[in-house]
Design a binder for this molecule. Structure first.
Ligand code: SF4
Length: 273
């Protein structure tokens, strides 16, 4: 268990995404109507967490200190960015890139989750040349997994990159040799989520699939969705892995141990396959 200012062990459903996570900011400008973080009163302007006392430098010092202090555990499980904001927003990306670099140099795997794509083609300029994410991190691509949330509902995510842009970005990064994963959560409607899975099935190493938080569903409808996802996987891409979240399986009345091969547990390690 890690409980630091920058890196910590998430509890509850967030723990299904990762054992260790890093949040530098709270609040997010993507403006998703379903954003769970609104319950905590965090707004649309990403703000450095209070514990960092308004100092980005102090935030990075805390991160570095915790990275050093927990190296064996972090090397084993990696660090996830982020639960309390989108780590690739114009306002947050500099801190994230710095932290990714720190992880890479210490051989700590990185897991990103974003709804933005600008960073894929451009993260800065060196000697008049535009530098892409692949340019900067190509030596470490075996240790970086880039995840995109795919709902198929741009209308509910007004300031994020579109779902089509995210799909294109995922394809590009996968082709460049990075690990890629998709968060199919929240499922707004089952048809849109199936479409999203189908569109990236050859370009995605892992799907994490979850319902809309707090919503009740007919078990038969959720069961039908699970069957369709499994059918799609078997037919199209038998090597891709799927993690169905606990709450989805509960609502479907399906036991995890009854799922077929290809369905993984929360602690599945994308980096050692
Ligand atoms: S991207 Fe995530 S944190 Fe940002 S508004 Fe959307 S749901 Fe909230």
């Amino acid at each position: 268990m890690i409980n630091g200012k920058a890196i910590y062990t998430p509890k509850g459903a967030a723990g299904e995404y990762t054992k260790y996570a890093c949040n530098f900011y709270v609040g997010c400008s993507n403006g998703c109507t379903y954003c769970f973080n609104k319950r905590f009163g965090w707004g649309s302007v990403p703000t450095l967490k209070k514990c960092f006392k308004g100092s980005p430098e102090y935030a990075l010092q805390c991160f570095e200190k915790q990275l050093e202090a927990n190296m064996p555990e972090l090397r084993k499980h990696g660090v996830f960015f982020s639960f309390t904001t989108d780590p690739m927003l114009p306002e947050t990306i500099n801190r994230t890139l710095w932290a990714i670099e720190g992880c890479c140099l210490k051989d700590v795997p990185v897991k990103l989750l974003t709804k933005r794509v600008e960073f894929v083609d451009e993260i800065g300029e060196v000697n008049g040349r535009i530098v892409s994410f692949s340019d900067k991190f190509h030596l470490f691509k075996h240790n970086i997994a880039v995840g995109f949330t795919l709902t198929g509902h741009d209308d509910l995510e007004p300031n994020a990159s579109t779902n089509a842009e995210r799909i294109k970005a995922m394809k590009k990064l996968h082709k460049a040799g990075f690990k890629t994963w998709a968060s199919i959560e929240p499922i707004i409607d089952f048809g849109s989520s199936l479409k999203m899975i189908d569109k990236v099935i050859f370009h995605c190493d892992l799907f994490k699939i979850g319902l809309e938080s707090g919503k009740k569903y007919e078990p038969a409808i959720v069961q039908e969705f699970v069957s369709k996802v499994l059918f799609l996987m078997r037919l199209e891409q038998p090597n891709t892995k799927i993690y169905f979240k606990d709450s989805l399986l509960q609502q479907a009345g399906i036991r995890r141990e009854d799922l077929p091969a290809g369905c993984v547990n929360r602690d599945y390690d994308m980096f050692n396959q």
